[in-house]
Design a protein around this ligand. Structure first.
Ligand code: NAD
Length: 349
């Protein structure tokens, strides 16, 4: 496959439009089809990006001759069934986050990808953003020494999907975001997944063993009910995670809070520590405290879509966010949900 153009399709025209945009810039990929239940919107984007085929049913899309790969950017509860069908049809899959709403679904996706020998990548785009790939390299090279603590926060003052996102906006439009059955959770599944994932990856992906968590919905439940919108997910989630190697981490995320907005991820190691925003490496060089700004040169930057296509063309290359790691993240999200429901620390299943 290394010399061939990879034919890709995108399912979902909300966040999916950013996948289309990125594929359309790649010399080694061709965007051949767009699929959305909203066929008019699928047609609009197909015309915009020059994709020759339009579908409203993903099953029909998967019958398209010559299709190699698909990006799946639909509501969370559809990630597993559509991914399984795509893999079954012999396609490589780039699936939006969270990979799935249950551990069972995420496990089935990983097993199916292995069984059919296709790539399964999760769209953890924060790993690729700003200087984060450079921070990841420093961590992977052992520059931090023994990593013993992580701290990550994404606090939004007012940004609840559907309630605060414009209905004709680019994403966060569907009422499913606020529906536990369809989203699997609220701020936790929407932004907690990114925040935890980036911290965990920068910590070197230690094996999670236990979680103590709480979730809240205090500010917008009534406002949603007044508009006739089901809102039974968390607005704020906070969790402490214990890892098998003795490290711990603390994560809190909110869609709405009477607080200043905040976004950062910090990783603490015994040789050095790092922070994401702004990207900094903190060190003690023989008693001299150094804070070095980390940058990733423009020429070394690439998008998740470019990486996905590259890994399809070069099967020997390792994915930066493989399905196996997406599954480990879903295990923690599931434990956070269970711990919050039970009001006690729980083991990661
Ligand atoms: N990585 C990121 O930064 C990021 C950002 C936003 C959203 N997301 C993820 O992307 C996914 C979609 O989110 P969104 O904000 O675009 O949601 P959205 O509700 O705005 O759009 C979802 C789209 O999926 C379509 N759809 C629903 N069911 C379908 C089906 N069976 N077949 C084809 N199309 C179908 C809808 O018509 C809609 O156009 C979610 O999993 C979300 O978590 C990721």
């Amino acid at each position: 496959m290394s010399n061939e153009i990879v034919n890709v399709a995108v399912i979902g025209t909300g966040m999916g439009r950013y996948h289309m945009q990125d594929y359309s810039t790649l010399p080694d990929a061709k965007l051949v089809a767009i699929c959305d239940l909203n066929e008019a919107e699928a047609r609009f984007f197909a015309e915009k990006y020059g994709a020759p085929h339009v579908f409203s049913d993903y099953r029909r899309l998967f019958e398209l001759p010559g299709l190699d790969a698909v990006s799946i950017a639909v509501p969370n509860y559809l990630h597993a069934p559509i991914t399984l069908a795509a893999l079954e049809a012999g396609l490589h899959v780039l699936c939006e986050k969270p990979m799935a709403t249950t551990v069972e679904d995420a496990t089935a996706m990983v097993e199916k990808a292995r069984a059919v020998g296709k790539r399964l990548m999760v769209h953890m785009n924060m790993r690729f953003r700003d200087a984060n790939l450079a921070l990841g390299r420093l961590s992977a090279a052992g520059e931090l020494g023994q990593v013993y603590y992580g701290r990550a926060s994404m606090i939004r003052r007012r940004l609840v999907p559907v309630l605060h996102f414009p209905p004709n906006g680019t994403m966060g439009r569907g009422p499913w975001f606020l529906d536990k059955e369809k989203a699997g959770g609220g701020a936790l599944m929407d932004i907690g997944v990114h925040t935890y994932d980036l911290m965990w990856w920068l910590m070197g992906c230690p094996r999670p063993v236990a979680v103590s968590a709480a979730t809240f919905r205090k500010l917008y439940g009534d406002a949603a009910a007044k508009r006739g919108i089901k809102f039974d997910v968390d607005e704020l989630a906070s969790a402490m995670i214990r890892f098998e190697n003795g490290a711990t981490a603390f994560v809190d995320v909110s869609w709405a809070a009477n607080q200043a907005a905040e976004w950062n991820v910090r990783v603490f190691g015994d040789k050095a520590g790092l922070m994401v925003s702004p990207a900094t490496l903190f060190r003690d060089r023989d008693g001299v405290l150094e804070s070095a700004t980390i940058e990733l040169p423009e020429m070394e930057r690439f998008t998740p879509q470019a990486h996905f296509v590259d890994c399809i063309r070069h099967p020997e290359k390792a994915l930066i966010c493989p399905g196996e790691q997406g599954l480990q993240v879903v295990r923690v999200l599931d434990a956070i949900r269970r711990s919050a429901e039970q009001g006690r620390e729980v083991a990661v299943a």
